[in-house]
Design a protein around this ligand. Structure first.
Ligand code: NAD
Length: 280
C-alpha cells in the first residue's frame, strides 16, 4: 500500500451541500487525504472538490453494509456506485464500514473487496470497526489481510491491544474520532486538564497535542473540522514533539470509553447519523 498522508480530513456529518467547500478549503490548507463513506451521503461533493483541486489526493470511501441484502454481490455493486458518485480515476482505499451483521455476512463483503484488488480503479482495501475476532474471520476465510483497520481511537479510548494486533499483522491503524468527537459528548477529551497542561507547556492547543500524540503513536488520524482555524491548526503539528513523560501521561488517560457503537453488538437498526440504513 502507498503511504497515506497524515492527518487526513474526515467529512462525517458535514452536510452534502457544505461538503464541497469544506473539502476545497481543506485541500487549499494542505490536506492530501479525505475520508468519506457511502453512508455519509457526500461522495459526489468530495469528488467535485478533489476534481477541481486537480492535485494528488488520497480518497477513502466505505461500503456501508448493515442492510439485509449486504454481502458479495451487494459489495461489488456498491463499489461501482461509489466509484460513479465520486467521479475520480480511482478510489485509493475502499473499506468494509462495519463488521455487521451478526452471522458473519461481512466475510462475504470482504471476499468481494479481495476480488476487486486487481481492478486498476482501486488502490487498496481495508476494513473499519473490526475487532481481533473480525480480523481473524476475514483473513482465515480469504487469506487476504486488510491494509488498514479504521477504528475509534482517542486518549479516552486508546485500543492498545488492537493496535498491537495491527502491528503484528502489518495492518495500518486509521483513527476515527481522533479528537474524541469535539463537543459531542459530556466527558470531552478536548477539556481534559492533563492535556491542557501538556498543551500549555508546548504553547499549543489541546487538539494539536492530541493529533501530535496520534502521529507519535503511529496512527493515521482523520479529524473533521469545518472551522478554517481548526482545519489549519490540525495540520500544524509537525514542528513540536511530545516528550516520553507527555506520552506516558496521555497513556494514563485511557478510560476504555467508547463514544461510538460497539461493533460486537450494534447493527444499525434504522439509521446511521440520521440517514436510513441500506445502500446509500
Ligand atoms: P473528531 O474527533 O474528528 O471530532 C470532530 C469535532 O471536533 C468537530 O465537532 C470539530 O468542530 C471539533 N474540532 C476539530 N478540530 C478542532 C480543534 N482544532 N479545536 C477544537 N475543536 C475541534 O470526530 P469525528 O468527526 O467523529 O471523526 C473524524 C472522522 O472520522 C469523521 O469525519 C469520519 O470521516 C470518520 N469516522 C469514521 C467512522 C467509522 O465508523 N469508520 C465513525 C466516525 C467517524
Amino acid at each position: 500500500m502507498e503511504s497515506i498522508p497524515r492527518p487526513g480530513f474526515g467529512v462525517w456529518l458535514i452536510a452534502p451541500d457544505a461538503t464541497e467547500s469544506a473539502v476545497a478549503g481543506a485541500l487549499a490548507t494542505g490536506y492530501r487525504h479525505v475520508d468519506t463513506a457511502a453512508a455519509y451521503g457526500n461522495e459526489p461533493a468530495v469528488g467535485r472538490a478533489v476534481r477541481a483541486f486537480g492535485g494528488d489526493v488520497h480518497v477513502t470511501t466505505k461500503y456501508f453494509n448493515p442492510g439485509d441484502d449486504h454481502g458479495y454481490d451487494d459489495a461489488r455493486a456498491a463499489f461501482e456506485e461509489s466509484f460513479d458518485r465520486l467521479g475520480l480515476d480511482r478510489i485509493d482505499l475502499y473499506l468494509v464500514h462495519w463488521p455487521v451483521r451478526a452471522g458473519g455476512g461481512f466475510v462475504e463483503s470482504w471476499r468481494a473487496l479481495a476480488d476487486l484488488r486487481d481492478d486498476p480503479r482501486l488502490g487498496s482495501i481495508g476494513v473499519s470497526n473490526f475487532s481481533r475476532a473480525h480480523l481473524n474471520a476475514v483473513v482465515d476465510a480469504t487469506g487476504v489481510t486488510p491494509a488498514v483497520n479504521q477504528i475509534e481511537l482517542h486518549p479516552y479510548f486508546q485500543q492498545a491491544e488492537l493496535r498491537r494486533e495491527h502491528a503484528e499483522r502489518g495492518v495500518a491503524t486509521v483513527a476515527w474520532g481522533p479528537l474524541g468527537q469535539g463537543d459531542q459528548h459530556d466527558e470531552r477529551v478536548l477539556d481534559d486538564p492533563v492535556l491542557a497542561e501538556i498543551a500549555a507547556a508546548h504553547g499549543r492547543s489541546v487538539a494539536q497535542v492530541v493529533l501530535r500524540w496520534h502521529l507519535q503513536l503511529g496512527t493515521i488520524p482523520i479529524p473533521k473540522a469545518a472551522d478554517p482555524d481548526h482545519m489549519r491548526a490540525n495540520l500544524d503539528v509537525f514542528d513540536f514533539e511530545l516528550t516520553g513523560a507527555d506520552m506516558d501521561a496521555i497513556a494514563a488517560l485511557d478510560r476504555g470509553t467508547r463514544y461510538g457503537p460497539d461493533p460486537d453488538t450494534h447493527d444499525f437498526p434504522g439509521s446511521y447519523g440520521g440517514r436510513p440504513v441500506g445502500r446509500a
